[in-house]
Design a protein around this ligand. Structure first.
Ligand code: ASP
Length: 569
């Protein structure tokens, strides 16, 4: 049984490729053998659903196809039943040219029939299963937490659900199960996990979905290293399920070092780090270049790009002709002509090969980037990625080979800052979330210098993508109160929002910590896909719309009235 994938009519012989989840098989209708069903078969169209009974035979040598698993046999039909017809679909699962994405999402059920989507969804299932089995094997229980709950802050807006029985009150869909999993530690389930949907109302970027799936876990009494080992364990299993071997333990790097060497808190380790090459120059020469000698002069190196012509540089002004009020991007080509000795020396300092592309980024004046920690590094880090992206064909570091030894560069980034300054709101906000524990040593800076407080927070990063974030939590009520205070919350506000949690912390809370990783993102990387929508069966568009069911929609007056809601036009 299956769909008619393709029908070829050769007169006395009709060939039909019948398709199901496992692939296609060829069915032959032979007029001489059975004229009645041959006649019936001539009425078959694409995507009709049929049942066929017949004899499986070896194909003739000249029609045998070794490229597909069923290519050496065919089914000689003796019975044919039409189970259902199909309208001519707007596109066919076998089409080589994909329709535009709007079409794919509107007719998602047809899009999902395509081989690639069937493969991606199967892969996702296998990966999730491997993770569940692995975590269960490591002693974790999968425990469900509510979707209709109170706000759990993770830095986004909440999706709200109005209550009918208590008009004017709302549930929030969880941005994460953060507080429930911490409460599960207080409840004595020392190892919890959940593959769980989370909801965040954010201005969507290309790589986001308003609802997405996390591998969420929490454990009691861990050092960060224990959490990391658990994650490395289930990632090994997940990657193995997709046919890849990965090496553990993953390397580790502090946030400060990541910013200094890569200009990013999620460094892509497939490319070399940046180097401060100030020392290759005399201070006066640096000033001549229009950059300040007191701040780092960062060399970006992209291997194997080869010599760029004047024309290539001129055509890419946004990469090579950059000058802003704060920084300068220096052209190595020009430097080699005007200061050949320094150029030679800086190449040595950054271990450059003659084929490497080098670009220098320097601050214009010493007060540039004062307001942001690692500002110059971040600017340079962003250039590093743009240059790498531009010349990816040449350096090939980003190539996906399908090879089991595929270049998966994992990394733990540790010791994130506890707070970030929000220029708009003129206040400190948590860099992770407000339940993250500060470093013991930095406790005394909570009031005096919040920007310098480091957190026991860590991210797991793969090839420049953040896969997940976690932390050791605050388990003492007094410290949790201090953090709320540092975030500008009054005691009353803290009690109104998190009173239940502050109370729970008073009943013998064990030290605990955990992490959450994006399953969609992991599946996307393993599928070699470029968008999360390729591994989510029913995704939303960048405007958070489900084009298939057409959601969100307005609701009836009656429904609104019942909920005590009035919509302002
Ligand atoms: N709740 C956090 C998040 O969703 C993860 C964690 O801290 O465990 O990002």
């Amino acid at each position: 049984m299956g769909w008619v994938n393709r029908r070829r009519d050769l007169g006395n012989l009709i060939f039909v490729d019948i398709r199901d989840r496992s692939g296609v098989s060829q069915v032959v209708f032979n007029k001489e053998r059975n004229a009645a069903i041959h006649e019936k078969a001539s009425g078959l169209r694409n995507e009709y659903v049929i049942a066929v009974v017949g004899m499986v035979k070896l194909r003739d040598a000249n029609t045998s196809n070794k490229n597909i698993p069923t290519g050496e046999v065919e089914l000689v039909a003796e019975e044919l039943r039409l189970l259902n017809e199909s309208k001519q679909p707007p596109f066919l699962p076998g089409d080589t040219v994909l329709p535009n994405e709007e079409m794919r999402l509107k007719y998602r059920y047809l899009d999902l029939r395509r081989d690639a989507m069937q493969h991606n969804i199967e892969l996702r299932h296998k990966v999730a299963l491997a993770i569940r089995q692995n975590l269960s094997g490591q002693g974790f229980f999968e425990i469900e937490t509510p979707f209709m709950t109170r706000s759990t802050p993770e830095g986004a807006r909440d999706y709200l659900v109005p209550s009918r029985v208590q008009p004017g009150s709302f549930y929030a869909l969880p941005q994460s199960p953060q507080l429930f999993k911490q409460i599960l530690m207080i409840s004595g389930f020392d190892k919890y996990f959940q593959i769980v949907r989370c909801f965040r109302d954010e201005d969507l970027r290309a790589d986001r979905q308003p609802e997405f799936t996390q591998i969420d876990l929490e454990m009691s009494y861990p050092q960060p290293e224990h959490v990391w080992a658990v994650v490395e364990g289930f990632l090994t299993a997940a990657f193995k399920a997709a046919g890849h071997e990965i090496k553990t333990p993953f390397p580790r790097m502090s946030y400060d070092e990541a910013i200094r060497l890569y200009g990013s808190d999620k460094p892509d380790m497939r490319l070399p780090e940046m180097t401060d090459v100030r020392e290759a120059f005399a201070a006066a020469d640096i000033e001549k270049l229009g950059v300040n000698a007191a701040l780092p002069l960062l060399a970006i190196r992209i291997p194997k790009v080869g010599k760029l012509s004047r024309k290539e540089r001129d055509e890419n002004k946004e990469l090579f002709g950059v000058q802003t009020a704060e920084f300068n991007l220096l052209d190595m080509d020009r430097l080699e002509k005007s200061m050949p000795d320094a150029a030679e020396q800086l190449k040595g300092m950054s271990s450059a090969h003659p084929d490497d592309l080098i670009a220098l980024v320097g601050a214009k004046h010493s007060s540039a980037f004062k307001t942001s920690v690692g500002g110059l590094g971040k600017v340079a880090g962003a250039y590093r990625l743009r240059l790498a992206d531009k010349y990816r064909e040449r350096h090939k570091a980003f190539e996906r080979t399908g090879d089991p030894r595929h270049d998966f560069r994992f990394l733990w980034v540790t010791d994130f800052p506890m707070f970030e300054y929000d220029e708009e709101g003129k206040s400190w906000v948590p860099a992770h979330h407000p339940f993250t524990s500060p470093h013991e040593k930095d406790m005394n800076k909570l009031e005096s210098d919040p920007g310098a407080v480091r957190a026991l927070a860590y991210d797991v990063v793969l090839n420049g993508t953040e896969l997940g974030s976690g932390s050791i939590r605050i388990h003492r009520q007094d410290i949790q109160k201090k953090i709320f205070h540092a975030l500008g919350m009054t005691e009353d506000e803290a009690r109104a929002r998190f009173g239940f949690f502050l109370e729970a912390l008073e009943y013998g809370t064990p030290p605990h910590g955990g992490i959450a990783l994006g399953l969609d993102r992991i599946a996307m990387i393993l599928a070699g896909a470029d968008s999360l929508r390729e591994v989510i069966p029913f995704p939303k568009t960048a405007r958070a719309v489900d084009l298939m069911v057409d959601a969100p929609t307005p609701v009836s007056e009656a429904q609104l009235k019942e909920l005590g809601i009035q919509v302002k036009k």
